[in-house]
Write a protein that binds this ligand. Structure first.
Ligand SMILES: [Zn+2]
Length: 411
């Protein structure tokens, strides 16, 4: 008897794998290794003999090729094992609602938490389906244990059905994606894949090939400090200078006032004393030139403010964080074309989308492994209102199997 994708999902979500940005270790939390070891055992049990957990907490495995062709590109399916630090992942008690009949879902462990049908239009597409939620006291962890369960189930289908022709498929499960360290220690040479797909998106049918491009900006201000009793005409308080800069940021370029393909300037930290202050920003845009424009605008504001403080100085440092993966993916159109075709073959309408954020895939793409993002089926990520359906997970499994076939057919 094979496990269903739901059996696997329910096994994975009860293992606490929350990552921790304040931890210097790799992986950031040792508890992520518990899930890594389980996945390796399960991979070996379905006949994937090279499955292993490496010293950095990554799981690598290979589904051997069944095709007689020797020119099928090696593709990689990737998902992450950690859950977000935003909400507790300890003691997850998954609730399985069979034959969902519509309407709001009240979570039994905290009845103030209600998954509202009005806020979740995808619920209406799941009438009669099996919905999984947490009990409301934790997140569920569908981000991204749904991706893990789907890749594992697709792997078992391919291992059990050698008549399905495909090339070699590499599996990669990463720790610490939620704290943006998910691919730092990936060995791409060992992985040996030509193209990859993260399985970490939301709505069935959606494939994302665009992310933000991202920079960080650090502004350091040196003011003129002096005893406040003798300050007349002399003091230039760095705290006031920082405050004036922040007050002049355009309100229409903030995360809370932008959406779709609009970028923003977002202060993420400020600290200071009279003699010096620092402000940290993240800058986001889908177009690299849009980052430069926003950085010029920001530095223009700084210069204007500094003009009234002749004794004070500043430094303005831009650090590249990541780039829109579409810059690279557009050079390899078949990666998206095959994924969109796989979605259609699995019986859904294919939708090409963009993410207002970065993914393991955007970083893998920058490192040399072009890697768009396939839906995993979960909704309301990082919150106690997270939910997913068994049927949507099955659609992701079917998409992955079709995708493996298409790469072989076109080789
Ligand atoms: Zn995720």
């Amino acid at each position: 008897m094979s496990d269903t994708v739901l059996d696997r999902f329910l096994r994975y979500v009860v293992i606490d794998t929350q990552s921790d940005a304040s931890s210097p270790t790799q992986p950031s939390t040792a508890k992520q290794l518990t899930l890594g070891r389980l996945l390796v055992d399960e991979l070996q049990a379905i006949g994937i003999s090279d499955a292993h957990l490496d010293e950095h907490g990554y799981v690598y495995a290979t589904i051997p090729a069944t095709s007689a062709k020797n020119n099928v590109p090696v593709i990689c399916f990737c998902s992450h094992m950690d859950t977000a630090p935003d909400f507790s992942g300890t003691g997850v008690k998954p609730q399985v609602i069979e034959n969902y009949q519509g309407g709001d879902i009240v979570l039994p462990g905290d009845t103030s938490r209600i998954i509202r049908a009005g806020d979740n239009p995808e619920l209406a597409n799941n009438i009669g389906n099996t919905i999984i939620t947490s009990d409301g006291t934790t997140l569920l962890g569908a981000d991204d244990k749904a991706g893990l369960a789907e890749i594992m189930t697709a792997a078992e289908i391919l291992m059990n059905n050698p008549d399905i022709k495909h090339g070699a498929i590499r599996l990669l499960f990463t720790p610490d994606e939620e704290i943006a360290r998910g691919v730092e220690k990936v060995d791409l040479a060992k992985l040996g894949a030509d193209f990859g797909y993260t399985v970490d998106g939301e709505t069935p049918g959606h494939i994302e090939d665009e992310t933000f491009s991202a920079d960080g900006v650090d502004i350091e201000i040196k003011g003129v400090a002096i005893h406040p009793g003798f300050a007349f005409g002399k003091m230039e308080n760095a705290i006031r200078i920082a405050g004036e800069i922040i007050a002049r940021l355009p309100r229409d370029l903030a995360p809370e006032s932008t959406r779709g393909k609009q970028g923003f300037i977002h202060p993420t930290g400020v600290s200071g004393a009279m003699e010096s202050a620092s402000i940290h920003f993240i800058i986001r845009d889908f177009v690299d030139a849009g980052l430069t424009e926003k950085e010029e605008l920001l530095e223009g504001i700084v210069k204007e403010v500094m003009a009234s403080y002749p004794g004070s100085t500043y430094t303005f440092k831009v650090t590249e964080q990541y780039r829109n993966m579409n810059n690279v993916l557009s050079e390899h159109p078949q990666i998206m074309d095959y994924a969109l075709e796989a979605v259609e073959r699995a019986g859904m309408k294919a939708v090409r989308g963009s993410i207002r954020g970065g993914t393991d895939g955007s970083r893998l793409t920058a490192m040399g492994l072009p890697c768009p993002n396939i839906f995993a089926g979960g909704h309301a990520f990082h919150s106690p209102l997270e939910w997913i359906s068994h049927q949507d997970m099955d659609k992701a499994v079917a998409t992955l199997v079709e995708l493996a076939k298409i790469w072989e057919e076109r080789a």
